[in-house]
Design a binder for this molecule. Structure first.
Ligand code: HEM
Length: 475
């Protein structure tokens, strides 16, 4: 069938379906993409055609069989929707766009950079360093905790500090110092956190509304440039320091991810800088928001929290060194993270640009189309998960009698995407979150007396309300 027959919101001349996103008459919002996708699914069904602006069509996919078809037809260099603002920024500043490209350039960069990022032995070598950061974070929580309420002022910002520190040590072999004392608002580390927050917001805005920003000095374009300028400045400074250490022979090239990139003759110096900047900025909000939702669910599900604490207490004595094998023993912990990602994925939908004509749900989709894999909406459907609104980590455990992992359609739950273009930071992200979670559960009972933390899309999903979790000492 012709793709024009796919149901979807009506498109009007000049504005396409963007009128649907206007504050007064519109029923959709970019501020909560997953809620908008859910509305579209309920109204139009498992495939939705949206002419977002005249001539630019997005296809939203809510059927895992269609998503499987997309992935089975991927080339070795899958294409996704690029962050247009970032591409233009890099062009203007004459900088490498790093991994934010498509085609052969992406394939070359990715195949060289993913070795140190995804090789399990390489990732687990950073466990002792990252575990120490987890311990420092716990110390800091105790020192800034309100003695009356046990709550932490501006907890999300504290998670950002932990995340900058945890990924900084991996990329640059450097403790950035975000957890030392109180960072002033003008400190480099605090300004970096602000810049990375501000960058993702501006990246999202300039990508969605690119035609409005192209060639114009809009406020969001300026926000993008100033935040990326600062991120680049900091990243270049740390990169130079790391290079000096390597040159002087103080450390080996494999002591940091940047060192591995620099020692690879196939990665140019410019690309090394761009890649480390990409990783540093991608590694802050992602793990922080994931941890925020994870703690929200554990606080809301006391039984799961107790079960997790019991597992950790059983398998680890406090202070015992953690290794990659420790994680294998903590199967309930892994299930808890998955269940939290199912209910609150930070990336609810990700894109591909099709490289062949495809038939999806019976419609012919032409080569070069943008398709969105709407994983957040699928993860909430009862046809894929029993009691989909409930937090049930047991569903991921083979030993439990409820729905088991093998029962799931393999293209429904994809928190890190899928295939050659899936998340390059996945192993580091999981490792960091596990290490922190172990420490938090060993030390505290986490409570939340302020309800749901909400969701706002700013490139990735972000808690919409301040986090006011209480951390009550266990012993
Ligand atoms: C729990 C935390 C994280 C989640 C849920 C997450 C999720 C994702 C998803 C869904 C994608 C798109 C995948 C696709 O299109 O198939 C992605 C891409 C990416 N992620 Fe992550 N991510 C996380 C943490 C990180 C970290 C810590 C880093 C860096 C250290 C990172 C770096 C990247 C990069 C560079 C890409 C683009 C890959 C490419 O285009 O080849 N991510 N991530």
């Amino acid at each position: 069938m012709d793709e024009k027959n796919i149901p979807g919101p009506r498109s009007w001349p000049f504005v396409g379906s963007l009128y649907k996103y206007t504050p007064i008459v519109g029923e959709y919002t970019f501020h909560d993409r997953d809620a908008t996708s859910s509305k579209m699914y309920k109204k139009y069904g498992k495939i939705v055609r949206q002419e977002i602006t005249p001539g630019i069509v997005w296809y939203h996919l809510f059927d895992p069989d269609d998503i499987e078809t997309v992935f089975r037809n991927e080339s070795k260099a899958p294409q996704r929707m690029l962050l247009e603002g970032v591409v233009e920024y890099c062009k203007q500043r004459n900088r490498s766009p790093g991994i934010n490209v498509n085609g052969e350039k992406w394939k070359r960069l990715r195949s060289n950079s993913q070795k140190p990022m995804l090789r399990p032995r390489n990732v687990s070598a950073y466990i002792p360093l990252q575990d120490r950061i987890g311990a420092d974070f716990i110390k800091r929580l105790r020192s800034i905790r309100d003695p009356e309420t046990n709550e932490i002022p501006d907890l999300l910002n504290e998670f950002y500090k932990w995340a900058v520190e945890s990924i900084g040590v991996v990329i640059f072999d450097k403790r950035i110092g975000t957890l030392d004392g109180n960072l002033g608002p003008d400190s480099e580390a605090q300004k970096f956190i602000q810049a990375s927050n501000s960058a993702i917001d501006a990246m999202y805005h300039t990508t969605i509304y690119w035609p409005l920003h192209r060639g114009r000095a809009t406020a969001k374009w300026k926000q993008l440039c100033s935040s990326l300028d600062f991120i680049w400045e900091v990243s270049m400074k740390y990169s130079r320091e790391a290079m000096q250490k390597i040159k002087k022979g103080n450390v080996g090239k494999d002591s940091s991810i940047l060192g591995s990139f620099l020692s690879d003759p196939d990665i140019s110096f410019e690309d090394c800088l761009a890649l480390s900047t990409d990783l540093l900025s991608a590694g802050v909000d992602t793990t922080s928001h994931t941890t925020a939702y994870l703690l929200y669910h554990l606080a809301a599900n006391k039984k799961s929290q107790t079960k997790l604490q019991e597992e950790i207490d059983r398998e680890l004595t406090p202070g015992e060194a953690i290794t990659a094998q420790t994680f294998d023993k903590l199967q309930y912990m892994k299930a808890v993270l998955k269940e939290s990602q199912r209910l609150n994925p930070i990336v609810g939908s990700f894109s591909r640009r099709t490289e062949k004509d495809l038939v999806l749900s019976g419609y012919k989709i032409p080569t070069g189309s943008f398709v969105f894999c709407e994983v957040a909406v699928m993860c909430g459907m009862s046809k894929y998960f029993s009691d989909p609104d409930e937090f049930i980590p047991e569903r991921w455990l083979r030993s439990e009698s409820c729905q088991k992992q093998g029962d799931f359609h393999p293209y429904v739950f994809l928190p890190f995407g899928h295939g050659a273009r899936s998340c390059i930071g996945r192993r580091f992200a999981e490792q960091e979150v596990y290490l922190l979670l172990i420490k938090l559960m060993q030390n505290f009972n986490v409570e939340n007396h302020h309800g749901y933390i909400g969701r706002r899309t700013r490139l990735i999903n972000t808690p919409a309300k301040p986090l006011k979790f209480a951390f009550i000492d266990r012993r």
